[in-house]
Ligand binder design. Structure first.
Ligand code: 5GP
Ligand code: ZN
Length: 122
């Protein structure tokens, strides 16, 4: 199975790694959307949030703790940031290995809305 993020975790593909422990690795997004844009991933392959098991709760919690630590280290903790999991087609997920985006370093658009769909708030 060819998974680009598994290959980054195994160091078979280069990435600008900013954090690593036995279960988690974090690296700079290749196409950053903001001055800080890091992807935090589990080393084990999980395709998406839809595939998370209850036994992964600790791992996912630790990914958030890594996000908090990196936000501080990279100087965006006080200004603020987003931690984001995209999931599936409508969520805009393009890489099928779960990844937590840490996006910050500047004020961010708040826009999250349906694409090309008539929708009214009830
Ligand atoms: P998604 O849309 O799946 O939530 O986000 C995937 C992210 O992975 C995108 O922001 C994209 O720029 C990033 N990405 C895709 N391939 C690579 C890669 O080979 N290396 C790195 N560092 N980032 C990647
Ligand atoms: Zn993978």
């Amino acid at each position: 199975m060819e998974c680009i993020f598994c290959n980054i975790a195994k160091k078979k593909v280069d990435a600008a790694i900013v954090y690593e422990d036995k279960d988690i690795i974090a690296f700079k997004d290749i196409h950053p959307l903001a001055p800080v844009h890091i992807l935090i991933i589990p080393k084990k392959h999980i395709a998406s949030i839809n595939d998370v098991e209850e036994s992964d709760a600790g791992l996912l919690g630790n990914m958030i703790i890594v996000g908090k630590k990196l936000a501080k280290d990279l100087g965006t903790a006080d200004g603020g940031y987003k931690l984001l999991f995209r999931t599936g087609k409508h969520g805009g997920q393009e890489v099928g290995h779960i990844h937590l985006h840490l996006i910050g370093g500047a004020a961010l658009h708040e826009e999250i809305r349906p694409l090309n769909v008539e929708w009214e708030r009830k």
